[in-house]
Ligand binder design. Structure first.
Ligand code: CP
Length: 313
């Protein structure tokens, strides 16, 4: 079964990026591929881009789409094996995943990290529960640990906007009033590790990400030094990984300003808090790629669904 759970499920990144760019030129080229197939998109958390772009991608492939806000409208799910279910949980993942598999040919899951229980978050209970018990392919629409649809989008956007064989790409932490997950940063790092780029991560001390993900990627604690001669600046907040889920700093000196950006292109997955993460003049400038990134979400989802559908045939 071909799932899309992480960017490790991409066999050839250049081929997938080229395939997505071809779909962007002609979105309806495979309109009959998804005929009589249904995708169910289950949201345990909020979404704008993922929800609409994945729906649009499926429609471009001729699929029927069922969307459910599972977090608000579904039964509270139990994931433990052998649990005596006499407390708040009404339904077990074993039944839920099998039931949804009868209605859908592909199941998309969005389930964020709790940021309160690192072990449980890293076990990816919701995503892996559906993977284990569903009988159809699973699409990760952002889990505790990764956001592979966003990362594929970012690779497409970089390919479209880069005129250098080896651009300098900086992932910069920025302040945010709320504790945010690590998923977007993790997947962006993983996809950058598969690209030919001069890649640098910059964040305040204490915001080191999972070392099994950052591996040998360069980390520079001085943001201004990291940003020198950057071609692309990808900005994202995340909470502490070591002091799990904590906001250690809201230092506004880390906000991206036009002056700091220089001539680089600005990237962010959205939603973005204006004048906290990046100032208006950055987001409103021609250097901002955020709207094009959001547009590319459709074609990233479409190439992934196309690969899964081709595998189903
Ligand atoms: N970037 C992203 O995943 O956006 P949504 O949370 O709105 O889906």
């Amino acid at each position: 079964m071909q799932h899309y759970l992480s960017i490790n499920d991409i066999d050839s990144l250049p081929d997938w990026v080229d395939g997505a760019r071809a779909l962007k030129i002609d979105p309806l080229q495979s309109k009959s591929l998804g005929k009589d197939k249904t995708i169910g998109l289950l949201f345990f958390n909020n979404s704008l881009r993922t929800r609409l772009s994945t729906q649009k991608a499926a429609m471009n492939l001729g699929m029927e789409v069922i969307v459910m806000n599972f977090g608000n409208e579904g039964w509270a799910l139990e994931y433990g094996d052998g649990t005596i279910m006499n407390q708040g949980k009404s339904e077990h993942i074993k039944e839920a995943a099998r039931v949804v598999s009868q209605y859908c040919d592909i199941i998309g899951i969005r389930a964020f990290a709790s940021l309160t229980d690192q072990k449980k978050d890293e076990a990816e209970l919701v995503l892996n529960g559906f993977k284990e018990y569903a009988s159809v392919p699973i699409l990760n629409m952002e889990s505790s640990v990764g956001h592979p649809l966003q990362a594929l989008t970012d690779a497409i956007t970089l390919a479209e906007n880069s005129n250098k064989a080896k651009p300098k790409v900086v992932l910069s932490w920025a302040p945010h009033p709320k504790a945010l997950p690590h998923a977007v940063a993790n997947s962006f790092i993983q996809i950058m590790q598969r690209q030919d780029a001069d890649f640098v991560i910059t964040h305040p001390k204490g915001y080191e990400l999972d070392p099994t993900i950052t591996k040998n990627s360069q980390i520079e604690y001085d943001q201004r030094k990291a940003l020198e001669n950057a071609d692309f600046v990808y900005v994202k907040n995340w909470s502490s990984y070591d002091d799990y889920g904590k906001v250690l700093s809201q230092d506004q000196n880390w906000m991206i300003t036009k002056e700091k950006l220089g001539d680089a292109k600005f990237m962010h997955c959205l939603p973005v808090r204006r004048n906290v993460v990046a100032e208006d003049t950055v987001l409103d400038s021609d250097q901002s790629l955020v709207i094009e990134q959001a547009n590319n979400r459709t074609y990233a989802a479409q190439i992934v669904l196309k690969k899964i559908l081709e595998h189903l045939k």
